[in-house]
Design a protein. Structure first.
Length: 196
């Protein structure tokens, strides 16, 4: 299996293998801000967290996803993320299906989480590229991806049917191995710079 489960630890966040033991805390996290009500995202309802954990672990068993729980500095689960659309033969992954409880957003956690996942992808797994995808109208997510240093590859129009029946245009971004040193320096600066 590639990649293997791993724990990645930073100052503000840790990324650990997803476990059914995280269910209660993730149900609480999903309820914070009613994030599942955002029509252009695919965040589980609090009651749907157990099924989402099972779905992600099932995809891991098939080799197409490596799911993680995101822990805050105290070790409490505050969200989920994954390596997904794994292509072991081309050493290519997507970082996606990421969400955080509302109270954990707009702080240093997402930048550090993505830094840990990107560093492991490029320096540990020797990936040639890492991809990000989001709904075209999810401007908060697109800005966050662009702040990482990812470049827009294009938009897949009418790419999927959303739960509410609307068609999703998917914005596809990537960072290549050749860009990693610049992206790494930028992310390290973002994590270290003084905050207002």
């Amino acid at each position: 299996m590639w990649p293997q489960p791993v724990t990645l630890t930073g100052k503000h966040v840790s990324v650990v293998p997803l476990s059914p033991d995280h269910r209660a805390d993730l149900e609480e996290a999903a309820a914070d801000g009613d994030l599942h009500r955002l029509w252009y995202t695919m965040i589980p309802t609090p009651k749907g967290v157990g099924a989402e954990i099972d779905r992600r672990l099932g995809l891991m068993d098939q080799g197409s996803m490596l799911p993680f729980t995101i822990l805050d500095a105290s070790g409490k689960p505050v969200g989920m993320t994954t390596y997904m659309n794994i292509d072991a033969s081309s050493r290519h992954v997507e970082i996606g299906s990421t969400w955080y409880r509302k109270s954990a957003q707009r702080g240093p956690m997402n930048t550090e989480c993505k830094f840990l996942l990107l560093r492991h992808a490029f320096e540990g797994l020797d990936c040639i590229a890492v991809e990000f995808r989001t709904h075209f109208v999810n401007h908060q997510s697109r800005r966050a991806i662009e702040r990482l240093g990812a470049k827009l590859d294009g938009v897949l129009r009418s790419h999927m049917i959303m739960e509410n029946g609307s068609l999703r245009d998917t914005a596809v971004y990537s960072i290549t191995a050749a860009e990693w040193s610049m992206v790494r320096a930028n992310l390290m600066w973002q994590m270290q710079k003084p905050r207002d």
